[in-house]
Design a protein around this ligand. Structure first.
Ligand code: ADP
Length: 204
């Protein structure tokens, strides 16, 4: 049996660059669980779609039977109680897949650490599980302009999503490592390398 590998949470606020940082960790030998991507896949499952339809009505399902993400986002990000309901459907399933991933990666010789990439680590009590948490931090203006460029979301929509997340200042205070991402991608890569090395050194 090989020794358990570090389980690391990586988070931030929307647009801070946590997925970009997670990809840099991956290049160094981390296995990354992308919670947002898994959540998107989960909303394609027939039983989940059925539950969503029952809870939110036909208007959030398009004519092909898929989730209309824009309509759903408009609903939940202006009504916190609806966001809670949606999370109640999605999060337990994400959590189950996460543990399966962690178990599998613990056995993989090539993996040096396991990263859980989620914007909601502190919001959904996921922070209880990792050995260390990395927060990727950037100014609100940088976050907004990066997301607008990434997928054309409006400034208002981004701000509404940010309002549902715990403030970056609090996340920074609670983090084990803070990565500053107001510089270029080289600066980000340098910090990721340092944090990666640091975690493995502390782990020995
Ligand atoms: P998050 O996962 O935190 O929402 P992403 O990692 O997807 O954020 O980054 C948001 C966008 O900003 C992406 O298009 C990414 O390529 C870009 N980005 C991230 N960090 C930087 C940086 N340091 N310089 C320039 N663009 C960046």
């Amino acid at each position: 049996m090989s020794r358990r590998k570090p389980l690391i949470g990586i988070t931030g606020i929307i647009g801070s660059g946590k997925s970009t940082a997670a990809n840099l960790f991956r290049k160094l030998g981390a296995a990354v669980f992308d919670a947002d991507q898994i959540a998107r896949e989960i909303t394609k499952q027939a039983d989940v779609l059925q539950q969503i339809r029952q809870t939110f009505g036909d208007e959030v399902i398009d004519k092909n039977g898929n989730l209309n993400r824009q309509k759903m986002a408009a609903k939940v990000f202006s009504h916190p109680e609806l966001l809670k309901k949606l999370n109640g459907i999605i999060h337990p399933r994400v959590r189950r897949q996460m543990w399966r991933f962690v178990e599998k990666m613990q056995q993989d010789q090539a993996v040096k650490m396991i990263l859980i990439d989620s914007p909601l680590i502190y919001e959904t009590d996921l922070h209880r599980f990792p050995d260390k948490i990395v927060v990727v931090s950037a100014s609100t203006e940088n976050c907004i302009s990066r997301v607008m460029k990434r997928n054309g979301m409006t400034r208002d929509a981004i701000l509404r999503r940010m309002e549902q997340q715990i403030q970056l200042s609090e996340k920074r205070n609670r983090a084990d490592f803070v990565i500053e991402n107001d510089g270029d991608l080289n600066r980000l890569a340098g910090q990721v390398k340092n944090v990666f090395k640091n975690i493995l050194q502390q782990w020995r």
